[in-house]
Design a protein around this ligand. Sequence first.
Ligand code: NIG
Ligand code: FE
Length: 411
Amino acid sequence: MLIKNISLLAGLNPGGILRRRGSDMARLECMADAWLRIAPDGTVHSYGPMDSLPVAAESEECVDACGGMVLPAFCDSHSHIVYAGSRHGEFVDKIHGLSYEQIAANGGGILNSADRLHETSEDELFAQSLERAREVMLKGTGCLEIKSGYGLTLPDELKMLRVIARIAETLPLTVRATFLGAHAVGRAYAGRQGEYVDHIIADMLPAVAAEGLAEFVDVFCDRGFFTTDETERIMEAAARYGMRPKIHANELDFSGGVQIGVKHGALSVDHLERIGDEEISLLAGSDTVATMLPGASFFLGMPYGPARKAVDAGVTVALASDYNPGSSPSGDMRMVWALGCIKMKLTPEEALNAVTINGAAAMGMSHSHGSIAPGRKANLIVTRPLQSLAQIPYQYTTPWIKSIIIAGKAI
Ligand code: NIG
Ligand code: FE
């Protein structure tokens, strides 16, 4: 495919960098008046200025961007899109004033989703989840991390992870799987949290690893969920199977999750609504990506993570959707980009880097995803004609996206 008349080709990566850290997040490498060629294997072949537009081969599809921009597709590094049914009842409870923790304490929340998932067949779970994966792909996500964690029993966790694998086989988008058995204590282990953690380590992790169903391990390390000691035990066990941690940390309290995540070389620590100077300076001095989830803050009315402060301190910040039925029922990464600007005071360029290259880094995928360069995956967003990139997060509901290209093909 040859795309011509691109007013701005943004998110280029001539230096082959794998992340943008701190002040470097303000940099967005661009070429004005450009063309871009996609190789038959679905990677970027080459690009250049319009005055050197190559002649299209006979077999080549030629696309006129008509003065629109081309950006890297979004890399959403934190989602829980495999779930059964819906939790709109809890949404109404929240309107009536119940908090996320009160809903969880009343048997709602994650355990409610685990009950629904248990009753749902694998095929039905696949059908429901595939629809959401398609939805986010059509909104511009080209690389997506999906977590288990609504199973909470060995068979149901495996069911979720198999569904994630089927989504990866079915759609052209790139999927990474994370085992989140420690999302809540399964009902059968109520009041026996330590034994549930033992069960994760002795039975679940080996089974997940034996089937090769997850690249990463996650733990909900927060007040009322799992302790730092339990989190460390799970991370140490997972490391024996080569599963790197991506930790839910500091959503509800200063949980210590950032400290142990960094200590264990976590690829990312996620949420971070409640972090201070100590956590920020630790993250600035490490390669762990700080992934913030403004959609959850928006939906639950929580504070937003201090993204501005973290970027100014030199942290690698990613933004992700957290698409899940309880705290963020949306996987719209354009909305996440806009919230990054509107609520977290990142510039449009910083926030775009946070939802592309840094999101890819939080999945260990930035060598192939999240930026535009020869050899990298041709996952691209083509926009309508725009005066400035800032218009996309500014007019945040205007349908600026004209088409999405995933693995080199328009979808
Ligand atoms: O990332 N915080 C923990 N887990 C999810 C919410 C899960 C749910 O409520 O179903 C989150 O926000
Ligand atoms: Fe989450």
